[in-house]
Design a protein around this ligand. Structure first.
Ligand code: FAD
Length: 618
């Protein structure tokens, strides 16, 4: 039969983006036998693409900033659907994680007096994003990778994990996958597993995500019996490239707007002033003059509406295009050329400059960009315990984009990179604790592992099955047109029907050629994950009969206070049936709830407030 390579560890981390690397470093530092497994090359994870920065209330640029303000911004940005404890830990611990990264060798951009510089981003009251030009993810990955190598971490690259297996105790005890370069199979047994597999964007047609974002971890957790929460909450980033078609969806960082860029429609109107929601009216400028003054004086002016949270901006762009005021290729204009010097733009946004020059033939120091919404991030994910990142399945932990709760129904820019560091570390610690406390050797059912292998190889033995690319293409069309930025019940139900058909088609795909680096086969093994995630998103979207954050229902345009109190929890029961139940959110303690009271100072820590900041939001 097929050879099955075997490895045994204390802790196995699946995914080597920021979350996985940080988790693995933590477990390794504790002295545990730790493996890091990833389906791409080490250093190539999606995190590398992160541009704008990592949010942390260090107060380097605005001393008024502190964790309470960051916490409050995060919860309001997420429309209060966030797990409050995760948002609190994140706000409290991000600064330490950034300084730690600096000790490990990360070189951040600097303030004039030599501290870590922080930039403005949407939804953050103060300039808060630690960054390295617009290549922050690269520096984060480089630093963590260097740290991992220095610790002698064992890394298994280009190894794609397909399934998690549990032993007779019901604890996760093995992961089965294959080597992309050879097509040979491998199983890892361990006492604890950390899922850090990132996002799901490749299920949509236009996405900022890399090829890795096929939702494998979400699906593996679901299949292992884990609870999934709020999967309907998907973020469409307002500014992706729209043209040329071949690059449609590629991200244009929010840093462009943070650094002074503005959005205009085909009539030249700065239309975001027309879309300021009541929730943010008190702190958003209502004249261009005030908005423009804000860049130099945050205390006496309110923020430009271009820096409203992402869901608001994405919906506004969508509405302008729908009203016939879009740009020639179906987006709107993002203009920084007329607002900042060419030198400034090239220094602050070097990647954006090259991206537009090379991909679209547009010089962003001279002309506006054409931009529109693109599928960017999933807020929903595996349900985890805030303090330990433990999922509802023993032995399984999850951190980073694959985990749910932290960002509620809408993530603020910059809050992902800090999330990876804070919860990657916590997952690594808790997985190490679990491994140390686990009694006995994890069991391994070889027959079960061999079934995973047989299922993965099945497409090779089909004579005339369907082409996996065609199924993927159809899936992306379905998700884009029926489960996109604006949703409605009839379309969501149609999507569920189409997904059922696609699942049937996916079970009949055929691939040709050898197993070594066979992209058609790799895609064939991605399809079950993308289909599972698409169903989770669609089912959640049907049940959440309201509009909240990234989830917008045409037929329920308002937020429903009752639905704002529940997570949409989905799981597979013992018989493999889909179950969805709304369950109450964890209850926020009164001292944190008080931060949201009318008139509460935005800079909640009285000692750090000079009075003015509070006055501006009152
Ligand atoms: P990823 O970095 O996606 O890593 C996933 C890892 O899992 C990879 O190593 C992958 O190979 C591995 N993997 C996946 N499936 C398998 C499998 N089946 N078997 C084995 N390994 C597997 N956020 C910010 O906070 N600030 C920003 O400025 C910012 N900019 C962004 C710019 C762009 C263009 C994009 C697309 C996103 C940006 N984000 C930003 C979001 C942020 O980058 C991501 O949410 C974050 O990097 C996700 O990190 P992660 O560690 O969870 O997963």
């Amino acid at each position: 039969g097929e050879t099955l390579e075997l490895h045994d560890f204390d802790v196995v981390v699946i995914g080597a983006g920021g979350a996985g690397l940080r988790a693995a470093v933590e477990a390794k530092q504790r002295g545990l036998r730790t493996a890091l497994v990833c389906k791409s090359l080490l250093g190539k994870a999606h995190t590398v693409m992160a541009e704008g920065g990592a949010a942390a209330a260090m107060g380097n640029v605005w001393p008024e900033d502190n964790w309470q303000v960051h916490f409050r911004d995060t919860m309001r940005g997420g429309k209060m659907l966030n797990n409050w404890r995760m948002a609190q830990l994140h706000a409290q611990e991000s600064p330490d994680r950034i300084y730690e990264l600096e000790r490990w060798g990360a070189l951040f951009d600097r303030t004039k007096d030599g501290r870590i510089l922080q930039r403005d981003f949407g939804g953050h009251r103060y300039a808060r994003l630690a960054h390295v030009g617009d290549r922050t993810g690269l520096e984060l990955i480089r630093t963590l990778q260097q740290r991992a190598v220095a610790l002698g971490l064992e890394v298994f690259m280009e190894c794609k994990v397909l399934r998690l297996l549990k032993d007779s105790t019901g604890q996760v005890s093995a992961a089965v996958g294959y080597w992309r370069p050879t097509g040979g199979f491998v199983a890892f047994t361990a006492k604890a597993f950390v899922l850090a597999t990132g996002g799901v964007g490749k299920a949509w047609k236009y996405t900022s995500n890399s090829w890795e974002s096929t939702g494998d971890g979400h699906a593996m957790a679901l299949w292992a019996g884990a609870d999934m929460i709020d999967m309907e909450c998907v973020q469409f980033h307002p500014t992706g490239m729209v043209w040329p078609l071949s690059v449609r969806g590629i991200l244009v960082t929010e840093g462009v707007r943070g650094d002074g860029g503005v959005l205009r429609n085909s009539e030249g109107r700065r239309f975001m002033f027309d879309y300021i929601p009541a929730m943010f009216a008190a702190e958003t400028a209502d004249t261009e003059a005030e908005a423009d003054r804000w860049y130099d004086d945050h205390i006496n002016n309110r923020r430009p509406p271009e820096l409203l949270p992402r869901d608001e901006v994405a919906r506004s762009i969508n509405a302008e295009v729908k009203a016939g005021r879009g740009s020639p290729h179906g987006g709107v204009f993002l203009d920084i050329a007329s607002r900042r010097s060419a030198d400034y733009i090239r220094r602050r946004l070097p990647s954006m400059y090259h991206q537009f020059k090379e991909l679209a033939g547009v010089d962003i120091t001279q002309e506006p960009m054409e931009v529109g919404p693109t599928c960017h991030y999933i807020m929903g994910g595996v349900r985890v315990d805030a303090d330990t990142a433990a999922t509802t399945v023993p032995g399984l932990f999850a951190a980073g984009e694959v985990a749910g709760g932290m960002h509620g129904s809408n993530r603020l820019g910059g809050n992902s990179l800090s999330d990876l560091l804070v919860f990657g570390r916590r997952a690594g610690m808790a997985a190490a604790d679990f491994a140390e406390g686990r009694v006995g050797q994890p069991g391994f059912d070889e027959a079960e592992a061999r079934q995973v292998v047989a299922d993965a190889l099945a497409p090779f033995s089909r004579e005339d099955g369907e082409n996996p690319y065609e199924v993927h293409h159809a899936l992306q069309e379905t998700m884009q047109s029926l489960v996109g930025i604006i949703r409605t019940e009839s379309e969501l139900r149609q999507a569920l029907d189409e997904l059922a058909t696609l699942e049937e088609r996916a079970s009949h795909v055929a691939v040709r050629g050898g197993r070594a680096y066979n992209p058609g086969w790799n895609l064939a093994t991605d399809l079950p994950s993308m289909l599972a995630v698409s169903q989770l998103v669609t089912r959640g979207a049907i049940e959440r009969r309201e509009s909240r954050g990234g989830h917008t229902r045409d037929d329920y345009p308002k937020a429903d206070p009752e639905l704002g109190k529940v997570n949409m929890v989905q799981r597979l029961d013992e018989r493999g049936q889909w179950v969805l139940t709304p369950e109450p959110l964890p209850q926020m303690p009164p001292e944190l709830a008080a931060l949201f009271d009318e008139g509460a100072p935005a800079s909640a820590n009285g000692a750090a407030t000079d009075g003015k900041a509070g006055a501006a939001t009152a």
